[in-house]
Design a protein around this ligand. Sequence first.
Ligand code: HEC
Length: 197
Amino acid sequence: MRIGKLIATGVAVIASFTLCMNQLWAQAKTPKASTSMIDRGKYLVNLGGCNDCHSPKVMTPMGPMPDTNKLLSGHPANSNLPAYPDSILGTTPDKWLTITNAHLTAWRGPWGTSFARNLTPDKETGLGSWTLAMFIKAIRSGKDMGKGRDILPPMPWMALGQLTDQDLKSVYAYLQSLPPISNAVPDPVPPPGAPKK
Ligand code: HEC
C-alpha cells in the first residue's frame, strides 16, 4: 500500500514537473516583446521622426506638434486637402518640389499625393494584421507590405532599412504596443497625366 502511494505521488510530481517545463518551453518559443525592447523602439521612433509625418498635428505657438491622443495614426481620413495652384509645383529650381498639409501627413510631389500610413495596431486600418516579417521586408525592400507597389516619398525607407534586425524588431514592438486607432488612410493619388494601371 505504502509503496503504491509513494509511486503514485512520484508519478504525479514528475507529471507536474514535465507540464511546468512544457509551459516554460512554449513561452520560450513565442517570446513576448519585453519592456526594454518596447522602450528601445520608442526611442528609435522618436529619433526617426516617425511622428513628424505619421501623427496628426495640433497647432501651437511653436508650430505643429504631434496630437498625443492620435499618435502615429496616420493621415486623418476625414480631413480635406485645401486647393492649390498646380503651377507652383515642378522639378525645376523655380518651382516647389513638394507641398504638404497642416498635419504634415499628406505630400504632393512628382510622385502624386502620398498619405502617411496608420502605424497603430488597428486590425483593419493600421498594422494590426502585419507580421514582423512583413514589416521588416517592407522597410528593407521599399515595396508596399513587402511585396506590392513602390513605397512613395517622402517615406525614408532607404534610411530606415539600414537599421539592424534587432532595432527594426524593437520599432515593430513599440508600434504594436500603441493603442489601436481606427483611421482608414486613403490610397495614394497618381500625378496628373500618369498612365492608368
Ligand atoms: C517625411 C515623412 C515620413 C517619415 C519621417 C516617416 N514616414 Fe513612414 N510613410 C510616409 C508616407 C507618406 C507613407 C505612405 C507611402 C505610400 O503610400 O507609398 C509612409 C508609409 C510607411 C509605412 C507603410 C509602408 C508600406 O508597406 O506601404 C510604414 C510601415 C512606415 N511608413 C513606417 C515609418 C516609421 C517606423 C517611421 C520612423 C522611423 C517613418 N515611417 C517615418 C512618410 C514618412
